[in-house]
Design a protein around this ligand. Sequence first.
Ligand SMILES: NC(=O)C1=CN([C@@H]2O[C@H](COP(=O)(O)OP(=O)(O)OC[C@H]3O[C@@H](n4cnc5c(N)ncnc54)[C@H](OP(=O)(O)O)[C@@H]3O)[C@@H](O)[C@H]2O)C=CC1
Ligand SMILES: CC(=O)N[C@@H](CCC(=O)OP(=O)(O)O)C(=O)O
Length: 344
Amino acid sequence: MNVGIIGATGYGGLELIRFLHTHPEIEKLDLFTSSDEGNKFSNKYTHLMNIYDEPLLKIEPDRLSEYDVIFTSTPSGVSSQLLPSLIDKGPKLIDLSGDFRLKDPLQYEQWYKKTPAPIEAIQKSVYGLTEWNEAEIQKADIVANPGCYPTAVLLSLLPLLKENLIDVKHLIIDAKSGISGAGNKPSQMTHFSETNENTAIYKLHQHQHIPEIEQAINLFANQTSPITFTTHLVPMTRGILATSYAPVNEGVTEKHLIDALQVTYANHPFVRIIKEANKFETNQVYGSNYCDIHVKVDPRTNRATVVSVIDNLVKGAAGQAIQNMNVQFNLDQTTGLKHVPLFI
Ligand SMILES: NC(=O)C1=CN([C@@H]2O[C@H](COP(=O)(O)OP(=O)(O)OC[C@H]3O[C@@H](n4cnc5c(N)ncnc54)[C@H](OP(=O)(O)O)[C@@H]3O)[C@@H](O)[C@H]2O)C=CC1
Ligand SMILES: CC(=O)N[C@@H](CCC(=O)OP(=O)(O)O)C(=O)O
């Protein structure tokens, strides 16, 4: 397969390169830039020296239809302009940004504060939460890869909501992310002296992943309710830990919750249900495409605590995007993604 990455110089792009480099079906991998045309990729990223020494390519929309797959790993508002004219023109399109995730363009405008993609393109896009939407992804010309937080949250909650085991109306989701979640463009929020020795809550009640999570809960679990979702920035590079709290419904025990998770993911190699967790931490999935989930019911409050961890750049971005590509091309989902987590 011939693959192009737009946004190759960003954090998501770098992870796409890392996994696609050893993917057995990739014959050609071209790296595109909007700001650094002609520069040798390894000048910028020395860890890829002798591996990707080719110059970065200029984005020429007319030539993108030559590829089998185009990944866009660009800030919001870029792929909404670039991809619509490529739909049905040959390449499978996989967008890592939020531009094609929300089905209601008004919601995109409200939460992203940007102009939405054309409605026809939004309608053709398929939400790429692989474990929950495989049949649609397989047929899709354009995949909207999920956000990092929604991936961690939805994988852990959907089985419980779908079986009506927990109460969505009283659901509270508290999530924490490493700083690479904010991309490689420095800002006041991500500056070392602002993040080191610090933990911050941000985008309170305004996070763009709130409507994405609500939309997916409706689509896959048939439940409609506004959710409470808060995000925190913690001083680490990678990782998301999402903790959700909800009352269990009448007659539901911890075993019911564990069974629902185990049954749902029995044939999904990247989701690991951890029954007994003396330790449960972001580092256990570092650098890998795993999502680990643990659940416990507190008998004193009758509330379930559901916790999940992912690497935001892998299962939360590039890894899941490649998993979706594998599905689109009828390959085993794990192709090119069998890396075990790094011990750090
Ligand atoms: N970081 C994360 O954990 C996750 C990120 N995402 C989403 O994925 C997307 C990429 O994220 P991330 O890699 O972190 O972001 P980065 O900021 O690290 O990288 C984005 C890249 O996009 C390129 N770019 C910027 N403007 C344009 C433009 N106008 N046209 C074409 N390319 C452009 C830049 O490369 P150049 O200047 O060379 O063109 C840049 O390196 C974002 O939408 C993000 O929200 C989703 C899930 C997780
Ligand atoms: C730590 C941090 O800043 N994380 C980002 C996640 C970015 C992302 O995945 O957002 P998209 O919906 O645009 O893809 C955030 O909270 O906005």
